[in-house]
Write a protein that binds this ligand. Structure first.
Ligand code: UD1
Length: 338
């Protein structure tokens, strides 16, 4: 298949692009580099051993998108483009709604106009909100999100569901990611957050690198075995393989399917710190701080549907995730900026 990756220079997208190429697909990237670096595409091309066609454009720019679709015969699109910082979305809700919804609507209209009706969307476990029980299954009722970022994912799921209801030729897979961490084992591509990281693993790797002096553990009074928050961490390369499987699935089915991409195993913040220290032989000084608003005790997937429909499951271990995250960070102390 010839597949367009919106937001293709990002963390999950670059890893997915590599797996798509390895599986024999062709891939084209569109990115406006608002939260990514052209260097990520150069590194991707180096790992792939081939050029990856890429366009610098905003997915909300209809003219640009029409040109891209006219110049390429796409079989499917993976829609990664979107703003994704939870805290920032609370302070800039309009920017988040405008950007994430406009890009999706423009993309779908462009796809419709060019007869492309196969779409895989980067959704998030955040749409489950505060869960009543774990593990989380796709058929559970989502009671509401805790921030505008999460609501954009929720709304886009509804929009794409409506598109499929209206036109039975559409095939959409909504992938609900749990907590992607780690990096390609080469250490050449990885997560490169701007400023101080919000998420746990990039924070830990920057502490390990000496860029930050300690980790704050956000609360140790949760209803979990050691009191710290439990999440379903998944290696980004496993997640990337899940996208390849989702594209294959979308090619053989119509309608809208929601699928969790997680391991089904929950680890606490302290499990991650301890594993990182053990695997990499580096100390992570930490202090216990207050809870972060909006955080939940435990969040992990029931991965059964992905196994059944996509014939996919996560294979890498927590040790792999810690080792690969550190290999990337230690080889690239300032991310793609050197
Ligand atoms: C967060 C977002 C989620 C988003 C995902 C993207 C919230 C409420 N949720 O998930 O919507 O899809 O990132 O990756 O922000 N922690 C610390 N210290 C830190 C950072 C994190 O103790 O400096 C803890 C958190 O309290 C949590 C765990 O580590 O228990 C994971 O946090 P994080 O990596 O930010 O992911 P989520 O909050 O699960």
């Amino acid at each position: 298949m010839n597949i367009l990756l919106t937001g293709g220079a990002g963390y999950i997208a670059t890893h997915t692009c590599l797996e798509l190429l390895k599986a024999g697909h062709r891939a084209v990237i569109v990115d406006n580099y608002v939260n990514s670096q052209p260097e990520a595409v150069s590194r991707l091309e180096e790992l792939a051993g081939q050029p990856v066609p890429h366009y610098v454009a905003d997915v909300a720019d209809r003219e640009a998108m029409d040109r891209i679709f006219s110049e390429n015969a796409f079989d499917a699109v993976i829609h990664f483009a979107g703003l994704k910082a939870v805290g920032e979305s609370v302070h800039q809700p309009l920017r988040y709604y405008r950007n994430n919804l406009d890009t999706t609507l423009t993309l779908c209209e462009t796809m419709q106009a060019h007869g492309v009706r196969r779409l895989v969307f980067s959704s998030s476990a955040t749409v489950y909100g505060v869960p009543d029980e774990v593990p989380l299954r796709e058929d559970m009722f989502c009671k509401g999100c805790t921030n505008p970022y999460g609501w954009t994912k929720y709304m886009i799921e509804k929009i794409l569901g409506g598109v499929c209801d209206a036109d039975p030729e559409w095939s959409v897979v909504l992938l609900r990611y749990f907590n992607p961490i780690g990096a390609h084992e080469s250490g050449r591509i990885g997560e490169d957050p701007q400023g101080i990281p919000n998420n746990l693993m990039p924070f830990i790797t920057q502490v390990a690198a000496g860029r930050l002096d300690h980790l704050s553990v956000f609360g140790n009074d949760y209803d979990t075995p050691d009191g710290t928050g439990v999440r379903d961490y998944i290696h980004v390369v496993d997640l990337a393989r899940g996208h390849v499987a989702a594209c294959d699935y979308a090619a053989g089915h119509a309608g809208c399917e929601i699928i969790n991409l997680g391991t089904g195993v929950g680890y606490s913040v302290l499990d991650i710190v301890n594993a990182f220290e053990r695997v990499n032989g580096v100390k992570i000084p930490y202090v216990i701080g207050p809870r972060r608003p909006g955080d939940v005790d435990a969040c992990y997937a029931d991965p059964a549907k992905a196994r059944a429909l996509l014939h996919w499951e996560a294979e890498k271990t927590l040790d792999d995730m810690c080792r690969d995250a550190w290999r990337w960070q230690s080889a690239n102390p300032r991310g793609y900026r050197g």
